[in-house]
Design a binder for this molecule. Structure first.
Ligand code: FES
Length: 101
């Protein structure tokens, strides 16, 4: 059964800075896209770049290392549609953000 893990606050995310968290051995990146909180794998599937440091343009995230681009609403990689960024369920309670793992 999934467990709830607090990863940060909505107010911090709303300030425009993605969050990163590590739960057990899982790296997580947390973004706000059009008011919705989205949690994804934190390391780029290409070579492990830190995705929370990537550049956001709407729902498109560019990896800071080699620029692979992901659509955060679907997880699909534009350079290789076979590559999909895993996403995780999120729960928001007040200002607290939880990821379910
Ligand atoms: S590690 Fe992300 S594009 Fe290479």
């Amino acid at each position: 059964m999934a467990e709830k893990h607090k990863v940060g606050s909505v107010s911090a995310l709303a300030a425009g800075k993605p969050l990163s968290a590590k739960i057990d051995k899982q790296n997580i990146a947390v973004f706000m896209i059009n008011g919705a909180v989205i949690a994804t794998e934190g390391k780029c599937p290409h070579a492990g770049g830190p995705l929370h440091k990537g550049e956001l343009d709407g729902s498109k995230l560019s990896c800071p290392w080699h620029g692979w681009t992901y659509d955060l609403t679907s997880g699909v990689c534009e350079e290789d549609p076979e590559v999909r960024l895993p996403t995780f369920p999120v729960q928001v309670e007040g200002d607290d953000i939880y990821v379910l793992l």
